[in-house]
Design a protein around this ligand. Sequence first.
Ligand SMILES: [Mn+2]
Length: 300
Amino acid sequence: MRVRAIDLDGSLVMQPAVAAAARRDAGWIEAADLGPRLRLWSSARGMRDFAQRVADDGGGPTVTFLGSGDFHHLAVPLMAQVSQPFTLVHFDNHPDWVRFAPRWHCGSWVNRALELPQLRRVVTVGPCSDDLVWPQLKGANLAALRAGRLELYPWRHPPSRVFGDFDDGPGHSAAPGHIAWRCVGGAWDSFVDELCSRLPTDAIWISIDKDVLRAEDAATNWDQGAMPLSALTSALARLACRRRVLGVDVCGEYAPPRHRNLRKRFEAWTDQPRDAAGRDVSVNARTNEILLAQLARVMP
Ligand SMILES: [Mn+2]
């Protein structure tokens, strides 16, 4: 396994384990010039410039750190470099499935991933966020859920009110006007083992937004979920021992919001928690170090 760090927002400079591993592997990529254009959302041209900067050099399975979760959509051009059928296993406090958002957006990128011909299924694990309250009013791509291309397993969440009828799926059961989620926080290891046995492909890509973790284990620009770091590391081991991991992307550093234009500033102000700036980012250094050690162990 090789480590790459893309410096878009200055956050990874403050992460000693990530910076050291990336420099060891010649994987430190300067991209501060692209950061403001790519943050929260990006034009197609911005995405092309990014893809050029991270062109695949055939170096084998890579763990790529992206900085703040405001850059999560950049995971798509990374996984697009894969040429074989794969399943995306996505750990996040948010489903990132919004259809109203700009085309390349950190809250909508799952829809772009679903357009990749090699991608068989997205499995989103861990959300606790309000995105699941009246999801259709917030632009949720429930069509993908209905079609079986997307499975979603909250860590914990009450049932969602919905319009229209749904069939039961592996991650939910449906009743008129409601979807009751299979919440996995209570029976984690058995859930992960069962999930492994049902994945439709031998190859997987893992996308981690550290906002899936509880506040003791990560400080991000977004609202935090409730998953302990030990649950995430145990899932990584269980997944990697039964499936081939093609690549991993990690976001969810804390980076002070410096936005390029008023629209981005306004969106950050309305959507992101106001107390984020007071968060203790030293917790991320410990979490990144543990994550890197675990990935090195399970992805030789
Ligand atoms: Mn995300």
